[in-house]
Design a protein around this ligand. Sequence first.
Ligand code: BF8
Ligand code: SF4
Length: 626
Amino acid sequence: MTYSDKILSRSIDPAVHEMLARAEELGIGTAWDRYEAQLPQCGFGELGVCCRHCNMGPCRISPFDGEGPKVGVCGATADIIVARGLIRMIAAGAAAHSDHGRDIAHTLLLTAEGKSGGYQIKDEAKLKALATEYGIETEGRNTSEIAIDLAKAVYAEFGKQEGPIQFTRRAPEKRVTLWKKLGIDPRGIDREIVEIMHRTHIGVDNDPVHLILHGLRTAVSDGWGGSMVATELSDILFGAPAPQRSVANLGVLKADHVNIILHGHEPTLSEMIVAAAEDPEMVALAEKYGAKGINVCGMCCTGNEILMRHGVPIAGNFLQQELAVITGAVDAMIVDVQCIMPALGSLTGCFHTKFISTSPKAKFPGAVHMEFNEEHAAEIAKDIVKVSVENFRFRKPEMVHIPDERMECMAGFSVEAIVDALGGTLDPLLDAIKGGAIKGIGALVGCNNIKIPHDESHVNLIRELIRNDVLVVTTGCNAIAAAKAGLLLPEAAAECGEGLKGVCKALGIPPALHMGSCVDISRILVVCSAIANALGVDISDLPAAGAAPEWMSEKAVSIGAYVVASGVFTVLGTVPQILGSPVVTELLTKTANDVVGAVFAVETDPSKAARLMIDHIEAKRTALGI
Ligand code: BF8
Ligand code: SF4
């Protein structure tokens, strides 16, 4: 099949090409068409120099020398407006991750109290280890008692007025001392987010550097707080992930099965749906309607969660959500929160697909709302699966078009799993880094962004890094792109430089390790911290670099901010809306180095981005004398 240049320019994924052609054939528009309709996008917005923080505005600052206003009605400059806008993005992103963490803490508490509907504590060893970290007595106490105390202690992190947030103390001592010195050691998670909203109200904090520093403090409360809570407590409830083989891309949908897609973020829902779909009663119902079985597939980060823990196939990443529906084979698209396009409402209206929203926090036009709660989780999950299975009857075979594109992958490299793969300690990894077989670590994360070809930067950047002996750890939509490209297989070692190839072959691991969903970037922080501690240095001294090659969400802004605040140089592959402020741009791309020991770079070309990361890694190696 040959495709138009327009289609080929939108993605590197053949499944996407095929489905975009199908969409054209059906006369259906997608995010790519809506993006084109938006062009040209607002130049003031692109530079971050418009403000709507009060009703004397909207105000906008002219970027042209000598022409147009240089201040808003209140006197806010471009620097103030950009800094305020940026940290409001951090507030939203940190809120999203942390509210997810809060829900998991709530589920753990209900489960420990015997009030949740169907959850169990799967990882008692992790429960005890975390309880000990929190100073909770474990000797002679039963699981529920320990879990109640831990859940309450973790729950309290959100509403705390004074710090520290316990997990921040996992960072190397030097880092914590630096955070304290800079005044960015976070207090309570909610407190920091609220303070961003307060400081960015008209007439409060009008010092761009002071604003950004508080943005970093809030971001740290996300990465080492809310996100880490989400990850760690999910492991207690659902088990710490271990390497699993599975399959990725839209070809995981099956024409002869009921297809259920789980899209969103919180494993509290997806875990229960996966279990309910295995219920013999539901399977029998599917067979009654003529299906061969129930095929549950994931999408986006909740897909990553169930891929890592159960090997559930993953249908795709962010920009594939509409394309999944256009296959005509999805009987239900079940969603909770985050990264779910409202466009799915009208789109599912063109097909038989049931679009089912479940979160008390998130409703969508065109969706059926079946509200989920943890107290009756198993029951509700079964109802949702039943509705999905019953919808199979209405599938129109002539509308079914599933691309024959699927790729094997290996996912589930939690910190515990990495340590296991290394034979019980991180030493072999340290030795490989010191000896130079592995030059360093590249942490690749983040979304898809319609502004650049889907998956192209993700995949090219990973290829370039592994070719240069940089071990890649990946999460979120980057991990899904890697899975589809075959880079999460031990066989991908063939694409590596000689050093990394040898390590992958000896350990039987892929050169890109799938560490989970976006909240699981906290796992990357834990690994970095462990390596830094083993070497007796700070995270900023490590031969490590981060990248968000196709980022788009506010969550990604918070991630970038806490990764840099943790000392990791980070390359952004899409341009942030800050360039209208010389002060903020200079701070984030240059002076931050003197403050937190790391900066951002913006580089849209993946081979140049790889070069920046490799140069950084080489420089850190030299400084460490390795
Ligand atoms: O939390 S990488 S598009 S799905 S925001 Fe969203 Fe971005 Fe994907 Fe996961 Ni993360
Ligand atoms: Fe304009 Fe200032 Fe109001 Fe923003 S806060 S809209 S810059 S007057």
